[in-house]
Design a protein around this ligand. Structure first.
Ligand SMILES: C[S@@+](CC[C@H](N)C(=O)[O-])C[C@H]1O[C@@H](n2cnc3c(N)ncnc32)[C@H](O)[C@@H]1O
Ligand SMILES: O=c1cc(-c2ccc(O)cc2)oc2c(O)c(O)ccc12
Length: 244
């Protein structure tokens, strides 16, 4: 397709690229040096099972998964919530990082894609930690909040789903995650589009999510209830720690 002058090319749509890093060689260097040698075998297998999926670009990047595992361990996370499972790559990182009696409420509207990764999850011996719920996520969070016992009952949340609902998720997760717990939001750089000044240069299909992500980034920065860091890993990961 013809590209008009100055038109923005989202990094995530570049063939083979899954990182916002400006150098593909550098991304490969990070993966080959620090990530792949430490990536547990079931995760490698799940990644390979996803490699022919038409939506494979949605899979969390291995370096981001590795960072999440570090955060989960630093937070001593035992009870977690994951919104947006797809084939389960980030979910399996989480399941391998929490203790044997830990629990993950994993929510996705589509069970079919979860079943692609399920054999690797089973092989890893961590299926018992996962409560997969096929549903729109807001409904599940609202249901959890009907029971006061769930307030502050979770240590960690990872959100990687419909970008237009992230602030709705944040408001609910801030009640479910304990003080000191972590809330992580994926895609907060949305292919680099958040820094493009003119929306008309951004593909139409990315515009609603771009606007929602830009609003989210401003709102999170203004939210005094959290300490945060926006990290340029994968498609952008914003890590929030609930302060009160
Ligand atoms: C980017 S993918 C998740 C990738 C996953 N974290 C991984 O590591 O492979 C987004 C997922 O969110 C799910 N999704 C989209 N909107 C949703 C909603 N409102 N509620 C629950 N799941 C949703 C989609 O079905 C899709 O599987
Ligand atoms: O290309 C995508 C698309 C999504 C996406 C779009 C709309 C939804 O309701 C959910 C997900 O998410 C992605 C993603 O999280 C990613 O890391 C890369 C690409 C995409």
């Amino acid at each position: 397709m013809e590209k008009s002058p100055g038109e923005f090319t989202p990094k995530k749509q570049t063939e083979g690229s899954k990182s916002l890093l400006q150098s593909e060689d550098l991304f490969e260097y990070i993966l080959e040096t620090s990530v792949y040698p430490r990536e547990p075998e079931p995760l490698k297998e799940l990644r390979e099972a996803t490699a022919n999926h038409p939506m494979k670009m949605m899979c969390t990047t291995p370096d981001e998964g590795q960072l999440m595992a570090l955060l989960l361990n630093l937070a001593n996370a035992k009870k977690t919530i994951e919104i947006g499972v797809f084939t389960g790559y980030s979910l399996l990182w989480t399941a391998l990082s929490i203790p044997d009696d830990g629990k993950i409420i994993a929510i996705d509207m589509n069970r079919e894609s979860y079943e692609i990764g399920l054999p690797s999850i089973r092989k890893a011996g961590v299926e018992h930690k996962i409560d997969f719920i096929e549903s729109p996520a807001l409904e599940v969070l609202d249901k959890l909040l009907e029971d006061a016992k769930n307030e502050g009952a979770f240590d960690f949340a990872f959100v990687d789903a419909d970008k237009v609902n992230y602030w709705n998720y944040h408001e609910r997760l801030m009640k479910l995650i304990r003080v000191g717990g972590l809330l992580c939001y994926d895609n907060t750089l949305w292919g680099g589009s958040v820094a493009v000044p003119d929306e008309s240069l951004v593909p139409v299909s990315m515009r609603a999510s771009r606007r929602a992500t830009m609003e989210l980034n401003k709102s999170l920065a203004a939210d005094q209830r959290v300490q945060l860091s926006q990290v340029a890993v994968g498609d952008g990961l914003t890590i929030c720690r609930r302060l009160y």
